[in-house]
Design a protein around this ligand. Structure first.
Ligand code: 3PY
Length: 257
């Protein structure tokens, strides 16, 4: 069975509640009942404070737009100032969260072990993770991109069984293409996404790996989406800047159809 594409918007630290409500309303105005949720899964990942207001506007039953978190902590509760737990996002109705975005790894010191704890906390609660992996320019220039990225995939899924992994999504986001306006060429992105799928096959078998979605992220936009989506191992996008405007986000959704 062909994999259903996914377009996921990563809003990062953008949009107050008032702005989030406007943007989600603009997205919901473009709801296409023939395709949204049927031929493409659509997700937005707003900041924590916007989750509940966005969910209220984007009633999943009416729009088929899911609202997920951008990050989560692995402990369920306790003295972890500033953190948000899996039960908290679950109560809001989020089915999952992004985990291990390169900005979290680089700016907040998140390690492969932290990412693994977060993935486990999510799947143990019945949720799923969008697991981000990607290399720096230095790693790419060294010629060790695939080795580096596949090691991140193995570390993220360590101790996660196939049934739980199958619900998860991997997002390949080369760090040098994030917020820089540079994108990997479709061929560069495909080579790494194919290596990610081969790693998933090694971990979970070919059948599970064939079902799991691998997204491309890193300045995906309406100008480059077509070439990227034409690649056999790219099943959608994790979108930064272009998800902050309803028009460009919907163009990206339509490019999956
Ligand atoms: C980008 O597109 O820049 C992203 O980081 C998406 O997560």
């Amino acid at each position: 069975m062909a994999r259903k594409p996914m377009m996921a918007g990563n809003w990062k630290m953008n949009n107050t509640i008032a702005e989030a409500v406007v943007l989600t309303q603009e997205i919901s105005n473009q709801y296409d009942k023939e395709t949204w949720g049927e031929d493409v899964d659509i997700v937005i990942c707003p900041p924590y404070v916007d989750l509940k207001p966005a969910k209220t506007v984007l009633d999943f039953d009416k729009t088929k737009v899911a609202v997920n978190a951008q990050n989560v902590y692995w402990e369920p509760s306790g003295a972890y100032t500033g953190e948000i737990s899996v039960p908290m996002i679950k109560e809001i109705g989020c089915a999952g969260s992004i985990v291990g975005h390169s900005e979290r790894r680089e700016l907040f010191g998140e390690t492969n072990e932290d990412v693994n704890r977060k993935v486990k906390a999510l799947v143990e609660a019945g949720l799923y993770a969008i697991v981000c992996v990607g290399e720096s320019l230095a790693v790419r220039d060294e010629g060790t991109t695939e080795e580096f990225v596949c090691a991140q995939v193995r570390a993220a899924f360590a101790g996660v069984d196939a049934a739980d992994a199958q619900r998860c999504v991997v997002a390949y986001e080369p760090i040098w293409a994030i917020g820089t306006g540079r994108t990997a060429t479709p061929e560069q992105a495909e080579a790494v996404c194919a290596a990610i799928r081969a790693t998933l096959a090694d971990l979970y078998g070919a059948e599970v790996a064939e079902e799991m979605r691998v997204l491309y992220g890193g300045s995906m936009n309406p100008g480059n989406v077509e070439g990227l989506m034409a690649q056999p191992n790219i099943d959608g996008g994790l979108i930064g800047g272009a998800s902050l405007k309803a028009a460009s986000f919907v163009q990206l959704i339509n490019a999956c159809l």
